[in-house]
Design a protein around this ligand. Structure first.
Ligand SMILES: [Mg+2]
Length: 273
């Protein structure tokens, strides 16, 4: 613990926490691991509110939707407003609504993601779409991959909902949207544009949804290339927690460096005045 706090006197400064009005929290590896809520999570959320701040959650996991997460959090005894649950699905739908309104989409995604697209009014089609969207599709089939690659080869744009290579599960990891996009790139030569963390679209979405200025926002998570990178070069504060996938060796060797590092949310709670 002393080592971690010593780190915080270096690049970042605990004084940055004084400006933070809103914590945007990653989920897996940050507030829980799989289906097990960390013992310090509830105390952290209470401390955030007791010090006059707010919190919301943001996950890159585009295989599920808001309803599924509200249900999971509810089972863990965490009750939040629906507006406090942000997902990469919302980031890309926000962008598509502004930049490709009314155009048709071939979606490689789960039924939950498809439901979000339908609710947002995006016309879904298997034939001659205007563009292709690739999500973290746990219902992926070879036929879907072939169809997506066919459309991309025909010149249709392709967007990825989240860039994660892997998703943590009880047994280790399973391939996520970034790995699926790598397969499409190997076949077509086309790299899709990603949404979700760390894309600038996501930080803009977080600011819009929370009504905060960048300096008032702290993004908290356990993964360097998504949770921490999303705030890099912006006024927002990035906070790494070591309760998930990042090891001290990974942190020391990374070009992506957080503003602050804590062992976990429990240790961060102890620094909130
Ligand atoms: Mg995580």
């Amino acid at each position: 613990m002393d080592d971690i706090l010593q780190y915080n006197t270096g690049r970042g400064s605990l004084e940055k926490l004084g400006h933070v009005k809103m914590f945007v929290l990653d989920m897996d590896g940050t507030i829980y691991l799989g289906d097990r809520l960390f013992p310090f999570t509830r105390g952290f959320l209470d401390k955030v509110q007791a010090t006059g701040r707010g919190f919301c959650f943001f996950t890159n996991n585009s295989s599920k939707n808001r309803e599924a997460y509200l249900e999971k959090l509810g089972r863990m005894g965490i009750q939040i407003w629906p507006e406090q649950m942000l997902i990469s699905n919302g980031v890309i739908l926000n962008w598509l609504g502004q930049h490709r309104p009314g155009e048709s989409c071939y979606l490689v995604g789960t039924p939950a993601l498809a439901a979000d697209f339908q609710a947002a009014g995006v016309p879904l089609t298997d034939e001659d779409p205007d563009y292709v969207v690739l999500g973290f599709d746990t219902t992926l089939t070879y036929e879907k991959l072939c169809r997506a690659c066919h459309f991309v080869r025909a010149g249709k744009a392709i967007y990825g909902v989240n860039p994660d290579w892997n998703c943590p599960v009880e047994e280790g990891f399973i391939p996520d949207c970034g790995s699926m996009a790598a397969l499409v790139k190997a076949s077509t030569g086309v790299q899709c544009e990603f949404f979700g963390k760390p894309s600038p679209h996501t930080l803009a979405y977080m600011l819009e949804k929370t009504g905060c200025q960048p300096e008032e926002l702290a993004v908290v998570g356990d993964r360097l290339y998504t949770d921490i990178a999303v705030a890099a070069g912006t006024g927002a504060t990035s906070i790494l927690v070591m309760s998930g996938e990042t090891t001290p060796a990974m942190l020391a060797g990374s070009s992506i460096q957080p503003d602050l590092v804590f062992q976990d949310l429990g240790q961060l709670a102890g620094c909130l005045g």
